[in-house]
Design a protein around this ligand. Structure first.
Ligand SMILES: [Zn+2]
Length: 235
């Protein structure tokens, strides 16, 4: 029984919606959505995931913040297989304010990095660039406080804080099917009461990835879209 794994009173509606969506997509042609010709373009319906502020940690920093030999615990699995929201949360310290309980995403990575929305960066007093990953030269220094220790990420190639560049995850098979490659950019149209078209959705490709767009909370709130809802990629 699928429903039985959600305890009464703690039903995670977004997670259930994602699971229903995933099964519908699997039924319709073996998994990944396919573009259809429309008005001189090709368009394809894709699921949207809204990335809430989060951080990734290397094992060394995890142990400084949470203690020697600490391993991340799984809070819940993410839509992309092999990735998870961890039990661990840390405080992110800015120049003006702090953000308590920012969740760590697993597994651990070679570099630590903090991904915030612009509204959060402003509240914290941080001026952050848009980056694709946390070891780019212009990521910014930021301090993290855990239950066992404190660490300041140096920024730049040592890892730091940034605004995540919006992107779409595709498997190598789906990317070839759509005629796009890693590093390309595509448009995303969000319909609804506050319709928005986003340019500059970066294509990211890895074997085994499920098709999914990642926006941050500011971008999602701007067009009133939530995790598990659909958008239209325009090719
Ligand atoms: Zn992503």
């Amino acid at each position: 029984m699928t429903v039985a794994q959600f305890k009464p009173g703690t039903v995670n509606v977004e997670k259930m919606a994602q699971e229903v969506l995933r099964r519908l997509l699997e039924k319709n042609g073996g998994g990944e959505p396919k573009p259809v010709p429309m008005n001189g373009t090709r368009q394809v319906q894709v699921p949207i995931g809204i990335s809430v502020r989060h951080l990734h940690l290397c094992q060394e920093h995890l142990e400084i913040l949470f203690g020697k030999g600490h391993q991340l615990g799984v809070y819940h699995e993410l839509y992309q297989k092999g990735y998870f929201a961890a039990n661990e949360q840390v405080m992110v310290v800015g120049h003006k304010r702090c953000l308590e309980k920012v969740r760590v995403l697993g597994p651990t990575r070679p570099f630590s990095q903090v991904e915030l929305a612009q509204s959060e960066a402003i509240a914290l007093g941080l001026k952050l660039p848009v980056c694709t990953d946390g070891a780019e030269p212009n990521t910014q220094p930021v301090t993290l406080v855990g239950p066992q220790g404190v660490i300041t990420l140096p920024g730049g190639e040592g890892g730091g804080a940034f605004l995540a560049r919006r992107h779409i995850h595709l498997s190598d098979v789906t990317a070839a099917d759509w005629g796009v490659k890693a590093g390309d950019t595509v448009k995303l149209r969000i319909d609804g009461p506050r319709p928005v078209t986003f340019d500059d959705i970066l294509v990211r490709v890895k074997a085994g990835w499920r098709t999914e767009v990642h926006l941050d909370t500011d971008e999602g709130n701007a067009c009133l879209i939530r995790t598990g809802q659909m958008g239209t990629i325009i090719l």
